[in-house]
Write a protein that binds this ligand. Structure first.
Ligand code: SAM
Length: 248
C-alpha cells in the first residue's frame, strides 16, 4: 500500500518510522511518503493560510498550495491510478473499524491533515469530481491539527494489512471486528503469573476447555459492551444473540 501525507509539519509524522508502521515500511508492505505543503507556495513567507470570507476568527488554508500539492502527488502515480483522498476534519464521518477495513483494501491513500480552521472547501469539491474523497473525524473533540488523526488512522489501517501483524488471526477477535466478537468490545485479557498482588485469574481460562472459554469470552464481551457502549448492541437483530446471550 502507498500512503502519502501532505502537511505543514512533516516532523509530526516521524512516529510513522517506529513500531508496527515502521516495520511495515521496512518490510516493503507500506510505502509512506510525507510532503511539506509549503513546497507548493511561491511567496517569501511560504503562506498557506488567509482570512475567512464572511469574517470570523481564525484563518483558513488556501486552496492553491493544496491543489498544486495534490496534483503533483496524484500525477506521481501510474497513469490512471487514483488514490483515496482522506481529509481529516471533526465535521467528517466517524472513523470506525469498518472504515479502516475498507481503506486497508485500497492500494493508495493520500491524507491532507490541516491546521487553523481547515482547508478551503473548494479543494474537497475539486478532487471529489474524480476521486473518492472521504472527510473523516477520529472523534467528537477538536484537535489543533490533522497530523495526530493521520497517525491514528494509519496505525489502524496498517495493522490490517497482510504480513504486518505476527499472527494474522490476532485482529479477528478485536473490539469492533466483524469476525469473532461480531462487532462487540473485547473482554478482559490475562497472562502469567496466575496470581499477582492477590488477584487471581478466572478459573475457566485454566480449564483448557475451548468451548467454555469461548462462551466466557463472549459473555464478558457482551457485559463490557452493554456497560461501556450500549449503542453497539441497541438496534441489532435479536437473531444475532442466542438464549444465553440474552440472559447475560
Ligand atoms: N474549525 C474546525 C471545526 O470546528 O470543525 C476545526 C479545525 S481544527 C482546529 C484544525 C484541523 O485539525 C482540522 O481541519 C483537521 O484537519 C484536524 N482535526 C481536529 N480535530 C479533528 C478530529 N476530531 N478528527 C479529525 N481531524 C481533526
Amino acid at each position: 500500500m502507498r500512503l502519502d501525507v501532505i502537511t505543514i509539519f512533516p516532523e509530526y509524522l516521524e512516529p510513522l518510522n517506529v513500531s508496527l508502521v515502521g516495520k511495515a515500511r521496512s518490510r516493503g508492505v507500506l510505502d509512506v511518503r510525507v510532503h511539506d505543503l509549503r513546497e507548493w507556495t511561491h511567496d517569501r513567507h511560504h503562506t498557506v493560510d488567509d482570512t475567512p470570507y464572511g469574517g470570523g476568527p481564525g484563518m483558513v488554508m488556501k486552496p492553491e498550495p493544496w491543489g498544486e500539492a495534490l496534483d503533483t502527488v496524484i500525477d506521481s502515480g501510474s497513469p490512471g491510478e487514483r488514490p483515496v483522498v482522506i481529509v481529516p476534519t471533526p465535521s467528517g464521518r466517524p472513523f470506525t473499524q469498518e472504515l479502516a477495513i475498507h481503506l486497508a483494501a485500497r492500494p493508495w491513500l493520500v491524507f491532507t491533515p490541516a491546521r487553523y480552521e481547515g482547508i478551503d472547501r473548494r479543494v474537497v469539491e475539486e478532487y471529489a469530481r474524480d476521486h473518492e474523497v472521504l472527510e473523516v473525524s477520529i472523534g467528537d473533540y477538536v484537535l489543533a491539527g490533522g497530523e495526530a488523526p493521520v497517525l491514528v488512522m494509519t496505525e489502524a489501517v496498517a495493522r490490517l494489512l497482510p504480513g504486518v501483524l505476527g499472527n494474522a488471526e490476532s485482529h479477528r477477535d478485536d473490539s469492533f471486528a466483524p469476525g469473532g466478537m461480531a462487532g462487540l468490545l473485547e473482554g478482559p485479557v490475562y497472562t502469567k503469573p496466575p496470581e499477582w498482588r492477590g488477584h487471581g485469574i478466572p478459573e475457566v481460562l485454566l480449564s483448557g476447555h475451548h468451548g467454555r472459554i469461548a462462551r466466557w469470552r463472549r459473555d464478558q464481551a457482551l457485559r463490557r459492551t452493554a456497560r461501556h457502549r450500549p449503542d453497539l448492541i441497541a438496534g441489532r437483530d435479536p437473531a444475532e444473540f442466542d438464549a444465553h446471550d440474552l440472559r447475560v
